[in-house]
Design a protein around this ligand. Structure first.
Ligand code: ADP
Ligand code: MG
Length: 397
């Protein structure tokens, strides 16, 4: 049996017209000889009746914080509703589908409610359905604990469900259907003429996803990569071939840069060595690690330490540094722009070109860092779009 996972995101199932396209994609998979297994998200975005954020807005944030088990049960409802509606539409064209919660599909997690980790997949139910020629339609973003409580897998978790199920069923491929033609050289909402990337390696796309491009969840990439199952990002509404993510990236890329993405809501922290509290300065990174404050763009100099944190961690950091009598300055509302390309390694002048481009646009670069496949530039959030558009043009993406 050739199994194909087809995951449909929130915007792909939000209207009758779009759900008709979903049915078309399933029919096509059948025609091509595949046994499709569907994973679906909740319908629409915040404000629409069954979107996850809408459901969440119906309970108090205090209650939500104190009762993660309850908020997971509420958050799981949107996807469950979609499974039944999509199954109905598949039946209308003569296909037999069975809607399933994540738990019924065999996804067993630990009990970290709202951000649960996979423990194992019990494929018995799914294999039974497939052997009866039925199409499983699985609620994304959820699982259950060993003792049956509903859990969710964290934001963007339906992509993770697709990869988990794809690996468990040894699928031929995992198709992720969304509202864009595939992975683009930049977020098409920012760069109107961004181009489609036909093929990309797991590693590069992981950088994209991890650095803010929400088109695919980084964990979904990791999971598929370990089992070497191709991930294909496609548009529900078009016939576009999409972006194929696999290990065998061909060498036909003309450009050393693959694409640009960004993470907003960063705060830059700057600590100068204080001769009255040398141990505080020396221990700074340990203190942050013990408090589980995640930092990045880390620059360590003999008399200065600089790094960025997520805006949400600022109060915690402020309390901690006060307690340790460490003084600091900060710049909030920063964005970390990531320029990604595994072919830039060893090629001189890329950083210079980036800095020159940003200088020409009068964009102040607050900090930079680089690895073998990515260059990061920290800029004021107000400059984000201008910076991405200028870099996209300069590198002829
Ligand atoms: P879904 O509901 O289908 O999961 P998402 O909103 O999670 O959809 O992801 C699709 C969105 O990702 C697109 O609408 C697009 O604006 C955004 N996006 C960000 N960066 C990129 C990129 N480099 N390529 C394609 N889409 C991107
Ligand atoms: Mg998504």
């Amino acid at each position: 049996m050739k199994i194909l996972i087809q995951k449909f995101g929130g915007t792909s199932v939000s209207t009758e017209e779009k759900r008709k396209m979903v049915v078309k994609k399933v029919l096509k998979a059948r025609e091509d000889g595949y046994s499709p297994v569907l994973v679906v998200s909740a319908m629409g975005r915040k404000g629409e009746p069954y979107a996850t954020d809408t459901l969440l807005s119906m309970i108090d944030s205090e209650f939500k914080k104190e009762n993660p088990l309850s908020s997971d049960l509420l958050m799981s409802c949107g996807e469950i509703i979609t499974t039944v509606i999509v199954s109905n539409q598949l039946q209308n064209v003569g296909l037999t589908a069975t809607p399933l919660t994540g738990g019924q599909a065999g996804i067993i997690t630990d009990n970290q409610f709202t951000n649960a980790e996979l423990v194992r997949v019990d494929t018995k139910n799914l294999l039974n359905l497939l052997s009866e020629n039925k199409i499983p339609v699985i609620a994304g973003f959820q699982g259950k604990t060993e003792d049956g409580y509903v859990t969710t897998l964290g934001r963007g978790g339906s992509d993770v469900t697709a990869s988990i199920i794809g690996v468990a069923l040894e699928a031929e491929a995992i198709e992720i259907y969304t509202d864009v033609d595939g992975i683009m050289t930049a977020d098409p909402r920012i760069v109107k003429n961004a181009s489609l990337i036909d093929e990309i390696s797991y590693n590069e796309v992981f950088q994209f996803a991890d650095q803010g491009a929400k088109v695919i969840h980084p964990r979904a990439v990791e999971i598929a990569m370990k089992a070497n199952i191709p991930l294909i990002i496609k548009n529900t509404m078009t016939e576009s071939l999409g972006t194929v993510i696999s290990n065998d990236e061909t060498d036909n890329h003309l450009n050393i840069i693959t694409g640009i993405t960004h993470l907003s809501n960063r705060t830059q922290i700057n600590v100068l060595k204080d001769n009255n509290n040398i141990s505080g300065f020396l221990n700074l990174l340990n203190v942050l690690a013990d408090a589980k404050i995640s930092i990045d763009l880390i620059t360590v100099l003999p008399n200065q330490k600089m790094f960025t944190i997520c805006k949400e961690d600022f109060d915690k950091l402020n309390d901690l540094l006060k307690l340790n009598q460490i003084s600091y300055t900060s710049i909030d509302n920063c964005s970390k722009i990531a320029i990604i390309g595994s072919r830039m390694q060893g090629i001189p002048g890329v950083m210079a070109k980036i800095i020159n481009t940003l200088n020409k646009e009068n964009i102040e670069v607050l900090q930079t860092a680089d690895s073998n496949a990515t260059i990061w530039c920290l800029v004021n959030s107000l400059d984000t779009e201008k910076a991405i558009i200028a870099l996209h043009k300069e590198f002829k993406l």
